[in-house]
Write a protein that binds this ligand. Structure first.
Ligand code: C2E
Ligand code: MG
Ligand code: MG
Length: 732
């Protein structure tokens, strides 16, 4: 009778199987798990074992493996009877491990018995299913595990493939994006939002091209600093607000390239937010709109600028006149309008063509402009008519000087397209406020003055107001005459003696210039020195005076006449000339005159214009041995402090004080104070303009050192002074 060992952890399974087997006459042993089964079998091996697979303690496979590894048990057939691992894979594995049959629960009882008896029959014939050798077994296990693994991997790789496809897709998109960024004509900048300042982390090549900054120069920099250097622009505020409010912002900004040149950009900022809605980055797109701006500006410029000449057009002219009138109203200054019309321009246009005519107009515009100061405006009304606005003039007559300058500039020969020609113009002038208080009136009056210039024979100017014409003409004549006087040697020096107040002895002579005009009139310096100063002829004139005075001293010395000083008056302009001391030194050398014989006079007001500069120049002159007097003392604004610091030798009390003193106790007291001041500063005092004995007596009683005036001697020509100089004994 066959003994069968049943292994199962479930009591009902054991019961059912025992009933079946016992019903067919088998002896049944039972075990609840693998370990118990092994123990029973090793004690007395059964003829057959039927084992479940899923059991606690030791599962069916482990039991099978141990069973078939046991030399005594391995011949005992083993049936795997399972409800759980029913698939082919498990059957295969069980058979590999040496199972003789693999029966799925619950099976038909008769079929079960038939299969079981088949197993026993084959075992009797020695046909048990034996497990493979260990190595083979391991290979099987490995294979099965690796299959599982492979399947897992396959699943994973399918997933991977999917994500890889997605990744590739994303990467291609990114690549496209970055290619697009790279190739974009717009500058792109990505900045990280940080406190206190945002930081650029990416810029594309267009950004580099537009701003002139290389990428590595700007990475880490603040976009605000880079692009909105001018923080006052309205656009900057809009962009700040956009960042603050986490929204897109767009603004037109004026910025500067790396080389400092200005350019215009339209900057669009878009925030990039993280999941929590915080802006972490800002993407900026820069559109270089400089060209567009230029175009716009060009358009608006065309509305104010004359396209042919680049001068202001009618619109701008009217504007400027309005502004200048407003300015002039609140100042003591004068403004004037010059209406300039080229003479016979129509003839040039008709004979040489419009293009040539245009070139002439352009050249005329250039020359007119060159005669003006920055604050003046030149405009073209159209055709050959120009208008100049002269702002900020001291006097209306000053417009005459500019008009004359323009006439001169225009009449210089022009060479255009290889052809040389001369043009002239007629100019009419009208001044604010006397000739009109608004643009329209001023323009009309300047225009009619221009017609009078045409009537007067062209190539000249006329003022709208008749008496101004006369004044201006006289001034211009004087200027032209003065130029001529310098060239033709028409200037002469007269000398006025200066005496000692106490002894009455001759101390010196003051050289005073006169102009012996061709008309026979001896023109006093008060009439031409101011014009010489305005026209800068004073430099030449002053040099002539110094040289002539020294020359005369030499002539007198050669006649044995010396022992007195000669004073020369200097204009403030000469006094500012850095070459002054050198020039005087040269002249003294040429005429072999000791420096101590020359004295220079500068008016108090002229000296105080630049007292620091004056102190320096006077020091230079003193170093040469030339002494300096303050002329017209009392009429300027000397600060006693400065006076004390300047190395002067003499003050000349202005004749207005000297002449008023005898009749006015207060003035007399002032003269006394000036004399005392001079004494305190160790300076000589000189009273100018003594005309009466009373003045002389008063001055002498106040302790003045020297005196000068018509009473004692008029300014006279050198020859007339000979007798006086001969009577003079040095040392008196
Ligand atoms: P100043 O240097 O104060 O010269 C004295 C002026 O007073 C002279 O006038 C002289 O003729 C005048 N004068 C002298 N005594 C009397 C008098 O008793 N009564 C009156 N009423 N006048 C008297 P002048 O020669 O017409 O010169 C005027 C001014 O022109 C000078 O004033 C001086 O500032 C300037 N000046 C003269 N010559 C030159 C020169 O060569 N260069 C420069 N830069 N200025 C000169
Ligand atoms: Mg003088
Ligand atoms: Mg004087």
């Amino acid at each position: 009778m066959n003994r069968v060992l049943i292994v199962d952890d479930k009591a009902e399974n054991l019961y059912l199987l025992r009933m079946l087997l016992q019903g067919h006459g088998y002896q049944v042993q039972e075990a609840a798990h693998g370990a118990a089964a092994l123990a029973l079998a090793r004690h007395a091996p059964p003829d057959l074992v039927i084992s479940d697979l899923l059991m606690p303690e030791m599962d069916g496979y482990t039991l099978l493996h141990a069973w078939k590894s046991d030399a005594r048990l391995r011949v005992v057939p083993f049936i795997v009877y399972t409800a759980t691992y029913t698939d082919h894979q498990n059957e295969q594995l069980a058979r590999e491990f040496g199972a003789d049959a693999f029966i799925v629960k619950p099976s038909d009882p008769a079929e079960f018995i038939r299969q079981m008896e088949g197993v026993l029959e084959r075992a009797r014939r020695g046909e048990q299913n034996l497990p493979r050798q260990q190595a083979e077994q391991d290979a099987v296990v490995l294979r099965s595990y690796s299959e599982v693994l492979i399947r897992k991997l396959e699943r994973r790789s399918a997933q991977l493939e999917q994500s890889e496809r997605e990744l590739e897709h994303a990467m291609r998109a990114m690549h496209l994006h970055s290619r697009a960024l790279h190739a974009s004509a717009n500058g792109v900048m990505i900045a990280e939002v940080r406190k206190p300042e945002n930081r650029i982390i990416y810029v594309n090549p267009a950004f580099e091209r537009i701003t002139g900054f290389a990428g590595d120069e700007v990475l880490g920099a603040s976009p605000q600093q880079l692009l909105g250097q001018d923080q006052q622009q309205s656009g900057v505020e809009e962009l700040r607000a956009a960042i603050r409010e986490h929204r897109d912002g767009r603004a037109v900004l004026r910025s500067r390239r790396r080389d400092g040149s200005a350019f215009w950009i339209e900057l669009t900022l878009s925030p990039v937010m993280d999941d929590s809605g915080t802006t972490t980055h800002v993407i900026g797109i820069l559109d270089d709109i400089s060209d567009r701006k230029r175009f716009e500006e060009e358009l608006s410029r065309q509305a104010t600028v004359d396209a042919l000449t680049g001068l202001a057009n009618r619109n701008l002219l009217e504007d400027r006149v309005g502004v200048t009138i407003a300015f002039t109203q609140h100042s003591a200054r004068v403004m004037a309008l010059l209406f300039i019309d080229l003479d016979q321009f129509k003839r040039i246009n008709d004979s040489l063509g419009h293009l040539f005519g245009d070139a002439v107009l352009r050249e005329a515009a250039r020359r007119i402009l060159a005669c003006l100061r920055d604050r003046d405006t030149a405009a073209r009304l159209g055709g050959d008519e120009f208008v100049v606005v002269l702002a900020d003039l001291a006097r209306a007559e000053d417009a005459a000087v500019v008009a004359q300058k323009i006439l001169q500039a225009l009449t210089a020969p022009m060479t255009i397209e290889g052809r040389t020609l001369t043009v002239s113009a007629s100019i009419g002038a009208a001044a604010y406020p006397q000739d009109g208080t608004c643009y329209a009136t001023l323009l009309r009056n300047a225009d009619s003055a221009m017609y009078r210039a045409k009537e007067a024979g062209r190539d000249c100017y006329r003022f709208y107001t008749a008496d101004m014409n006369a004044e201006a003409m006289a001034r211009l004549e004087l200027e032209a005459g003065l130029r001529q006087a310098l060239e033709n040697d028409e200037l002469v020096l007269h000398y006025q003696p200066v005496f000692d107040c106490q002894s009455g002895a001759l101390r010196g002579l003051e050289a005073l210039v006169r102009w012996q005009s061709p008309g026979g009139r001896l023109v006093p310096p008060s009439e031409f020195i101011p014009i010489a100063e305005e026209t800068r002829l004073i430099g030449k004139l002053g040099s002539w005076v110094i040289e002539e005075a020294c020359h005369q001293v030499r002539r007198w010395a050669d006649q044995g006449l010396d022992g007195f000083t000669v004073a020369v008056n200097l204009s403030p302009q000469q006094f500012r000339d850095r070459q002054l001391a050198r020039e005087i030194d040269d002249i003294l050398g040429v005429y072999r005159i000791p420096a101590s014989r020359l004295q220079l006079e500068i008016t108090e007001s002229g000296m105080m214009e630049d007292s620091t500069g004056a102190a320096a120049i006077i020091a230079e002159l003193n170093a040469l041995g030339v002494s300096v007097s303050v002329d017209d003392f009392g009429t300027g604004h000397s600060s006693f402090g400065r006076l004390h610091q300047i190395a002067l030798s003499e003050i000349k009390i202005d004749r207005s004080f000297v002449q008023a003193a005898p009749d006015n106790a207060a003035v007399a007291a002032m003269v006394g104070m000036m004399i005392n001041l001079a004494r305190t500063l160790r300076l000589r005092s000189v009273a100018e303009g003594i005309e009466t004995a009373g003045q002389r007596a008063l001055i002498a009683s106040l302790g003045c050192d020297h005196m000068q005036g018509y009473l004692l001697g008029h300014p006279q020509a050198a020859a007339e002074l000979e007798a006086l100089l001969r009577a003079h004994h040095p040392g008196d």
